[in-house]
Ligand binder design. Structure first.
Ligand code: DX5
Ligand code: ZN
Length: 215
């Protein structure tokens, strides 16, 4: 089952509760929450307080993408805020294995994210431990960027997962729309993050349906 994970980054920040309700009614099951600190990436977004405020208003699976330095320092706070999955960037961590264990110890699912130029080889000794791998198909920091073609990387990751840990989900983040979605799914993606292609459209249900129907 392919999941669409609309990214709150492209929503109207003055009416977040309604925005989340719209995608939930529009058929989404996941909500992608992009946390940025102005250090790991050039942009700043929001923290656990906002996630905690939204949590009672939604049953969506909260997929928290941490684009921050020192994520270990905040994992307990994000877990307590109501995250269902916490994904950390391999590039931000010296002790990736320890960080993944920290996430799992909080009782939430654990993901590892890789920037477009980061090799899959960093996954060799962590793949058995994770629930998801997020491959960036833009350089992280902003919504609405042009898709970088990582289809070969996705296919290579899919092959690696089949060999080492078939339960791992593959999430693709950046530039996903009805044109790029079928390409990444064909390569092996299971979860599609879509910011501008969902929240950038006036009819969110139609935007989600357009991506699903493109597959
Ligand atoms: C970028 C974020 C993405 C972003 C995607 O750093 O990780 O989740 O919201 O936005 P679109 O779908 O517009 O490329
Ligand atoms: Zn993201």
């Amino acid at each position: 089952m392919i999941q669409i994970a609309p990214s709150l980054l492209s929503a109207d920040f003055s009416r977040l509760q309604e925005e989340v309700a719209e995608i939930e009614q529009g058929g989404a099951q996941w909500l992608h929450l992009d946390v940025m600190d102005g250090h790991f990436v050039p942009n700043i977004t929001f923290g656990p307080g906002l996630i905690k405020a939204l949590r009672p208003h939604s049953r969506l699976f909260f997929d928290v993408h941490l684009m921050i330095e020192n994520p270990d320092q905040y994992i307990a706070d994000f877990a307590a805020s109501g995250a269902d999955m916490i994904t950390v960037h391999a590039e931000a961590l010296r002790h990736l294995h320890r960080s993944i264990q920290n996430i799992k110890a909080q009782g939430v699912k654990a993901g590892v994210a890789l920037n477009p130029a980061t090799s899959l080889s960093v996954l060799d000794y962590i793949l058995p431990e994770v629930d998801m791998v997020l491959l960036m198909s833009v350089n992280p920091g902003f919504g609405g960027q042009k898709f970088i073609d990582i289809t070969e990387k996705i296919a290579a990751l899919k092959a690696l997962c089949l060999k080492i840990n078939p339960a791992v989900r593959i999430e693709i983040d950046g530039g996903i729309d009805p044109v790029t979605a079928p390409r990444v799914v064909q390569a092996g993606a299971d979860v599609l993050v879509a910011g501008s292609a969902v929240f950038g459209k006036p009819d969110r249900a139609a935007a989600i349906a357009a991506i699903m129907n493109s597959l």
